[in-house]
Design a protein around this ligand. Structure first.
Ligand SMILES: NC(=O)c1ccc[n+]([C@@H]2O[C@H](COP(=O)([O-])OP(=O)(O)OC[C@H]3O[C@@H](n4cnc5c(N)ncnc54)[C@H](O)[C@@H]3O)[C@@H](O)[C@H]2O)c1
Length: 252
């Protein structure tokens, strides 16, 4: 018996890291998985791996910052795999650890578009169907940067706090409609997210002042396990919550 049999999951940023691990785990648990990412080359590879492992998968590339692209992705998923039971808003980008005075307006806007507008667009698109069916699960990948002040720069920190606000608002407002909406706040995870980052020396120095209390970084599969729990019936009474998965870093 697989935990997610016959359910359709829509996973963003599934070409790499945490999203890729969630897509693999959900597919292994019987879900029909729709994977999307801005990088089509990555999607092709992940879709191939899932198929090789016997999973059911469909994909389309798109930029989550574009509401029209998001609607097209949702429509394709519905056509190919059916109505969306589980939405995982995972895609996100860093902000070069820029403090408020250094972050350019363009970088601020891009981080907000990807990290908070994108999840809002997907929620806006899937919620009416979930309300109609009286069931649905939304999982937002925030960060301990969404709980604390200096795990990244100003834009990333603000966007991840906002994502927790969206999570709690949806969680409460749609609780009577059979919908659960939760967030995961990972600590450091070994992924490609820091590739190409050009840190602000000042921002990076301030950020790293707390690194001494970090126990270790996680593997993406360790976050996928939390995402599986939140999608499962075992989490039936977990709603509007933020599950911290940081090995104890923020417990200090
Ligand atoms: N890695 C960490 O240490 C860490 C810690 C806490 C939270 N997170 C969060 O986890 C999530 C996943 O990050 P990851 O570490 O796996 O990173 P990653 O870079 O390995 O994967 C993110 C994926 O999102 C895609 N993406 C980026 N912008 C996009 C857009 N506009 N539209 C569609 N896809 C887009 C990228 O192409 C990439 O494949 C992010 O929201 C991130 O903020 C990561």
């Amino acid at each position: 018996m697989h935990i997610l049999n016959n359910l359709t999951a829509f996973v963003t940023g599934a070409g790499s890291g945490i999203g890729k691990a969630i897509a693999h785990r959900y597919a292994a648990e019987g879900a029909n998985v729709f994977i999307t990412d801005i990088r089509e080359d990555r999607l092709l590879a992940v879709a191939d791996e899932i198929k090789q492992a016997g999973g059911k998968v469909a994909f389309q590339a798109g930029d989550l910052a574009d509401e029209n692209a998001v609607q097209s992705l949702i429509d394709t998923c519905r056509k190919q795999l059916g109505e969306i039971d589980i939405l995982v808003n995972n895609a996100g980008i860093l902000d070069n650890f820029m403090p408020a005075a250094e972050v350019s307006f363009d970088l601020w806007k891009r981080v907000m578009q990807v990290n908070i507008d994108g999840p809002f667009f997907t929620c806006h698109a899937v919620l009416p169907g979930m309300v109609e069916r009286g069931s649905g699960i939304i999982i937002n990948i925030s960060s301990i940067g969404g709980l604390q002040g200096s795990r990244a720069g100003a834009a990333y920190t603000t966007s991840k706090h906002a994502l927790i606000g969206l999570t709690k608002n949806i969680g409460f407002q749609y609780a009577t409609k059979g919908i659960r909406c939760n967030a995961i706040a990972p600590g450091g995870v070994n992924t490609a997210i820091t590739d190409g980052v050009q840190p602000s020396p000042f921002g990076y120095e301030r950020l790293m002042s707390g690194i001494g209390s970090n126990i270790r970084s996680a593997e993406p599969a360790e976050i996928a396990g939390v995402a599986l729990f939140l999608a499962s019936p075992d989490a039936s009474f977990v709603n509007g919550a933020v599950v911290t998965a940081d090995g104890g870093w923020t417990a200090y």
